[in-house]
Design a protein around this ligand. Structure first.
Ligand code: MN
Length: 147
């Protein structure tokens, strides 16, 4: 359901498994956010640049380019580093894995995900982006960089 807190906010899901894509999309929509979808790394990167979502849910194991590479690339770019990124994986990686920690992601979810964890993580990252609107964060970053 869309509320003043969720209005106009959108989540880009980058996931190659159709069932996970369906599940994540339904849960994001149920929280009142818009949904964008990409099924491989390069398309996810392209859509992130074109649409600038508030948050991304990125699978690690993707065709074309890994989700960690996608995350690293977006976090290294001034235009996209403010997009919150949750990395997900089912392939035995854990949240303390070096590769996940150093990717620059803002959160991690192991699949199969639990609905409670999913809703809480997305809610808290979206609340953070509401407290610090994108233009304010960009202004802070620009100011800090110039100092
Ligand atoms: Mn995958």
């Amino acid at each position: 359901m869309e509320t003043p807190e969720t209005a106009g906010k959108c989540v880009l899901i980058v996931e190659d498994n159709p069932l996970n894509m369906k599940l994540f999309s339904a849960m994001v929509a149920a929280q009142g956010f818009g949904v964008l979808q990409a099924t491989d790394g390069p398309r996810g990167l392209d859509l992130a640049h074109r649409e600038h979502p508030d948050l991304m849910i990125v699978d690690v194991n993707l065709p074309g380019m890994s989700g960690l590479e996608v995350t690293h690339t977006l976090k290294a770019d001034d235009d996209t580093r403010d997009i919150a990124i949750i990395v997900t994986t089912a392939y035995g990686m854990q949240r303390d894995d070096e590769a996940i920690r150093t990717s620059g992601c803002d959160g991690f979810m192991a699949k199969p995900i639990t609905v409670t964890e999913f809703v809480e993580l997305i809610g808290s990252l979206m609340a953070r982006s509401a407290r610090e609107p994108r233009y304010v964060r960009r202004l802070i970053e620009a100011t800090t960089k110039g100092a």
